[in-house]
Write a protein that binds this ligand. Sequence first.
Ligand code: GLY
Length: 366
Amino acid sequence: MGSEVKRMRPRATLAVVGGGVIGLAIAWRAAETGWRVTLYDPAPGSGASHVAGGMLAPLSEGWPGEELVLDLGAASLQRWPDFAARLQQATGIDVFSARESLTVALDGADAADLRTIADCVGRQGYELRIIDRAGLRAAEPALARSARLGLLAADELAVDNRALVAALRRACAGAGVDLVERAITDIDALAEEQVVLAAGYSSAKLWPRLPIRPVKGEILRLRRRRGVAPGPSRVIRARVHGRPVYLVPRADGVVVGATQYEAGVDTTVTVGGVRDLIADAQAILPSVAEYELAESAAGLRPMTPDNLPLIGRLTDRVVVASGHGRNGILLTAITVDAVLAQLEGNQLLEAKSADPQRFTDEKERR
Ligand code: GLY
């Protein structure tokens, strides 16, 4: 009986440069779909992904003129339950930390803004619910008495960013991703057939024409002490003295965010930043004064000029998945699908607004 030697086609090789949530998620899913993946990052999960609030809040952040950002975010939010279920199946880790978000108004100007958001989002076909003062009290008894109107997003989830990094790392290991803890300085020196550039604001150093700049954000992690009243059960967002503030539930307390500075590559936590975050959080939820100040940290958001990310082909070999700005965690789910489509030679229509060629074309038209 002759023995038949089966020849396996060698798997195509993929380098993912950057091990934040975007790079990790792409590496995991690409490996699951058959690519031989190497992920390069000197310290995976330690950048913006480590500092994120984890809100998946495209509707609450809706605003006239930002409709493309809203649509892209909503398309990603829709994908999150399946994405998270698949991740939980692969790792046993549930990454969700809240299931709704509530934006509150403290004065008349804030209340008018909430109505503007509700109208804008409604025109795009999504729904937010206005909640009156009594409804606010019933929903979140710990809210400040000055909260006068609310906007409830019943489907806006929140994710524990650090649980997400841990889950994605485990999923990558399970799918056979080779993790190389080394900084890449030259994409051309990589041996893999295809490359995904997912290095956050550092992507612009590796591909200098990418319009991505770092925008600093500081956050606090507050831990609830024994005997202190329970914190919010959903994400709470507001403006205090014109500054946006959010409180995102965690198993042991809340993440409070975030400041925003155009300060270049600077991750120093400032006294003024911490002071404002504490004061603003307390204006919304007075009981946070009783919490333990467990951590303060700063990260660098990779921002683009139009607040949309860059997801798509730069060349036949290189796909970019960077520039997610304030929405890296939210946009992880759609970015993975868009990049997997690109690697197969297709384009995901829902992510068309993120095509990096929009900046190239604009330059060439001038
Ligand atoms: N993801 C929220 C922020 O960047 O502040």
